[in-house]
Design a binder for this molecule. Structure first.
Ligand code: HEC
Length: 616
């Protein structure tokens, strides 16, 4: 039913660099902000510095570190990390404040970052490249010959030089030096296991705050908050159950098959920690270990938008009944064509807004549909937007983080377009109203490349009633060099699994996405941590499996019926949509037109968008 022409994207980076297999967990800093290390927009280099508040060198180096952090390039992320099991959160917070660090100091309560990077002393710096590989580890500089023996001033600047080298795409002259300072004396937990005596304040709270609280808080999509000891204790055993069977957190892409932004998998160690804590009777722990709870500011996450598109009037969502998919037409008043750099959706009522997609329409057809339907917006018999969109601004599902597009690329927005905001409503049990809005941010720099997309599809669907393992395959050969920034698998209620990969002309296989437990309600756009560059001639392949038997609880038909291809939610679809850009504007047009032709889009959906038609 949903057919986004273009999807979200982020981070422009070199081709085929092997992505990280290090698990660097999202961590809270000492003032309650969650950081996903290395995932900022356009980040090329990440510095992680292990510190211990009581180590004299970690104190004396404060001005040097602040100077390094303040003078860094904007594509460099810089963090301090306090990971010693013997140091409390309160001590870490006091230290960050007293030494006036100008960079975030992260509190690694479970020492997961330390288990991944294995520091041997503090301060010890790690420099990671955009693929998450460690390119340098060791001292900051040679100011100290050894502890207690400072030179007049440093004669080497190992950390600074390593950052500059990696930023320039080179290997640092020295990859490893001996860190000078206090030995990392605390014992670390073993990889994949729980720490000895997990407590709420030290181990569980940081996990819930960083992984769950953005959905499990007041007014958000999840049914209860997970922000206090009482909350966590109340749901401790249910939590173990849902994290063990993989239902929570709801992240469907298989770990390691493609690397994505905002990945929210729990590690074996994290699951073991939740279990050990529940088994031990949910001990609360030392209050000094409790991190500051994350703050979620209510306003626009990306700052003041250049343009706000608001549903013209509120929409009434009844207390009960089926889910509603409604399309709202919002005219966009721009004096000329624009390139859109970011999109942020703000649900008007989080209790009922299940997910949203924002399409563009230059044909004026959406307005006609709207005029013919009573009430705000229009429904569509098939569950789609009823027309072939001329573009898209992006999508939203609970828990998604609004993101800037990679530097130098944008979504084209033509003068005279309307936005068609498609919202999927989930009745809440009482009458509700919603008036959602969208913030749009323009890229004002000239020469921005347009993002487009392609999809790999199979529409030859004829699924016998009762078939448990109905397999479909799709394949598309790229006509031009293409850089893929995001992927959105799409099936309907009978979908079970979808996997996509690319086979390059020189014989490499590039994993793109693997969803093993498809859930129609948790469809997502997955943004590659590093865009994937695929040369011309690459075959992009897709395989999906569908279950049309009674053992599929989502099957809308009981008894099952024969099902064919169609846009309605009760029909079935199998497509994997990719958002991409090309080296030139001509190439992206070639890609979009070639893909639409191969996929028989005109025959199946109607006219192509005018911008594609004009250039033919
Ligand atoms: C993207 C949003 C999101 C995130 C992130 C998330 N949850 Fe949930 N959670 C939900 C929603 C929505 C439900 C209700 C599901 C339903 O009713 O089917 C839920 C339900 C639950 C339940 C009750 C399950 C049941 O069936 O009774 C538990 C326990 C839970 N979540 C724990 C967690 C934990 C622990 C985390 C973090 C590790 C987490 N969730 C992360 C959205 C989220």
């Amino acid at each position: 039913m949903i057919r986004p022409v273009a999807l979200l994207g982020l981070l422009l980076a070199p081709a085929f660099a092997p992505a990280a297999d290090l698990h660097l967990p999202p961590l809270l800093d000492t003032v309650g902000k969650v950081h996903r290390v290395g995932e900022g927009p356009g980040t090329k280099v990440t510095v992680v510095l292990f510190l211990n508040p009581s180590c004299p060198l970690c104190q004396r180096y404060a001005p040097t570190l602040n100077k390094l952090a303040n003078g860094r390039d904007k594509t460099v992320e810089f963090y301090g990390v306090v990971a010693h099991p013997s140091v409390t959160f309160a001590e870490a917070a006091k230290y960050a404040k007293e030494y006036k660090f100008t960079f975030p100091v992260l509190f690694d309560g479970s020492a997961a970052m330390a288990v991944a990077l294995k520091p041997t002393a503090v301060p010890e710096a790690f420099v990671l490249d955009d693929a998450g590989q460690v390119r340098y580890r060791g001292r900051i500089d040679d100011w100290y010959e050894r502890p207690g023996k400072p030179r007049d001033k440093a004669t080497t600047h190992d950390l600074k030089d390593a950052v500059a080298a990696v930023l320039a795409g080179q290997a640092p002259a020295v990859a490893k030096t001996e860190p000078i300072g206090c030995l990392f004396e605390d014992e670390l937990p073993k990889a994949d296991t729980a720490p000895a005596k997990p407590t709420f304040t030290r181990h569980i709270a940081p996990l819930l705050f960083a992984r769950c609280a953005h959905c499990h808080r007041e007014g958000e999509v999840a049914p209860f908050p997970l922000l206090s000891y009482t909350d966590a204790k109340k749901h401790a055993r249910q939590t173990v159950r849902v994290v063990t069977d993989g239902t929570m957190p709801p992240w469907k892409a298989t770990r390691g098959y493609g690397h994505f932004l905002d990945e929210n998998h729990l590690t074996k160690a994290e699951i073991a920690t939740l279990k050990a804590w529940a088994d031990a009777g949910t001990p609360e722990g030392d209050p000094a270990d409790l991190p500051v709870a994350p703050t979620f500011h209510a306003g626009w996450q990306l700052g003041k938008p250049d343009l706000i598109l608001k549903m013209p009037e509120p929409f009434q969502v009844p207390a009960g009944g089926k889910d509603i998919i409604r399309n709202f037409v919002i005219p966009i008043d721009v004096p000329e064509g624009k390139m859109v750099k970011a999109f942020e959706f703000r649900p008007g009522n989080r209790k009922v807004v299940h997910h949203a997609l924002c399409f563009l329409d230059i044909s004026g057809q959406g307005r006609q549909w709207d005029a013919h339907d009573d009430g705000p917006g229009y429904g569509s018999t098939k569950g789609g937007i009823g027309i072939l969109p001329s573009g898209s601004l992006g999508g939203w599902a609970p828990g998604t983080t609004p993101r800037w597009l990679p530097e130098g690329v944008g979504r084209p927005l033509m003068k005279g377009s309307d936005a068609i905001l498609q919202i999927h409503y989930h009745p809440s049990g009482k009458d509700e109203t919603d008036q959602s809005e969208v913030g749009v941010y323009f890229d004002k720099t000239p020469g921005v490349k347009p993002l487009g997309g392609f999809s790999v599809e199979n529409w030859a669907i004829d699924m016998p009633a009762g078939e448990r393992e109905y397999k479909l395959k799709g394949e598309y050969t790229l006509p031009v060099n293409t850089t893929v920034v995001g992927v959105a698998p799409h099936m309907h209620l009978l979908g079970k699994t979808m996997k996509a990969w690319a086979e390059t002309p020189d014989g490499k296989t590039v994993p793109l996405i693997d969803v093993k437990e498809w859930d129609f309600n948790w469809q997502d756009e997955y943004l590659y941590r590093q865009p994937v560059r695929l040369p011309k001639g690459t075959k992009v392949k897709m395989e999906s499996v569908h279950d049309n038997s009674t053992s599929n609880p989502a099957n809308p038909n009981s008894p099952p019926k024969r099902i064919t291809w169609g846009e309605g939610t009760a029909d079935e679809m199998s497509l994997c949509i990719f958002e991409a850009h090309c080296d030139t504007a001509t190439d992206i047009l070639r890609l979009v037109i070639d893909n639409a032709t191969k996929n028989k889009v005109v025959e199946r959906f109607g006219e192509p968008p005018p911008w594609a038609r004009k250039k033919k």
